[in-house]
Design a protein around this ligand. Structure first.
Ligand SMILES: C[S@@+](CC[C@H](N)C(=O)[O-])C[C@H]1O[C@@H](n2cnc3c(N)ncnc32)[C@H](O)[C@@H]1O
Length: 242
């Protein structure tokens, strides 16, 4: 294995001095989460209730209490599959980072919300306040990337996120992604709220079942399917970088 990536010191503040954004970098969805008051408040307290509210009035729970707790048995099925250096994309409060550090794996969390990064660092992980679409350290060298807890929805455009993740992971590396329980392939417009009221401007999100994720991944030409599994009622897909 080559030298591990340098894990930078955490920067739990707003990303003030970012390098220039790559072409096509859209900060709208990034700011949606970083400036989202209910999400920031829930990250501070570790408590919900919290939901993604859709424009049609339906909503999807954001499981903040579970995300602020230690990894559960289903999470450990992901941790067991991590190899080499690990990039946790949209790490939130960072429950995976501390567990990976305990296993002596080099791991970095990135999240666009500074409160998420602050909490991840307190939990014992290395984390950086940065969008996945912004310039990132050690691009093209990561052995494992994670998109868990619905994070395949980040940016609302899964093919774009898969292409971006392919830039980050080395050939032969893997992406471990959590998928929806049903055969879904939907792009939606959401706001975060407490189940009664939603706040802020709508931002793009997506939900994918395993079949749709595998199709989009193969279409990029950069990923190939490397396994699927279920644990604790949750579904996961492993993709290998070709
Ligand atoms: C559905 S939550 C999942 C949280 C998480 N995996 C956990 O353990 O709490 C989505 C997370 O992705 C982050 N996020 C949203 N857009 C992002 C982006 N463009 N780059 C990095 N993180 C992002 C949010 O701030 C939030 O913490």
């Amino acid at each position: 294995m080559s030298a591990p990536p340098r894990v930078p010191h955490s920067r739990p503040g707003p990303a003030a001095a970012e390098p220039a954004a790559p072409e096509g970098h859209d900060t709208h969805e990034e700011h949606a989460w970083s400036r989202c008051d209910p999400w920031s408040a829930a990250l501070r307290t570790g408590r919900g209730p919290l939901y993604l509210h859709r424009e049609d009035g339906t909503r999807h729970p954001l499981d903040i209490e579970r995300w602020c707790a230690a990894p559960d048995a289903a999470d450990r099925t992901v941790i067991d599959r991590c190899r080499g250096t690990v990039l946790d994309i949209g790490c939130g409060p960072g429950r995976f980072l501390a567990a990976l550090a305990e296993r002596r794996l080099t791991a970095l969390g990135i999240d666009s919300n500074p409160h998420a990064v602050a909490r991840a660092v307190r939990t014992g992980g290395g984390a950086l306040c940065r969008s996945v679409f912004a310039p990132l350290p050690d691009t093209g060298t990561w052995h494992t990337a994670l998109l868990l807890d619905g994070n395949i929805g980040i940016g609302g455009d899964p093919p774009r996120l898969l292409r971006r993740t392919a830039e980050l992971v080395r050939p032969g590396g893997v992406l471990l992604a959590e998928t929806a329980a049903h055969a879904l392939d939907e792009r939606l417009s959401v706001r975060v709220g407490d189940g009664r009221r939603a706040h802020g401007s709508p931002f793009p999100w997506a939900r994918l079942g395993s079949g749709a994720l595998l199709r989009h991944a193969e279409d990029t030409g950069a990923w190939t399917g490397a396994g699927e599994w279920e644990a604790g009622g949750r579904r996961f897909v492993a993709l290998r970088r070709v």
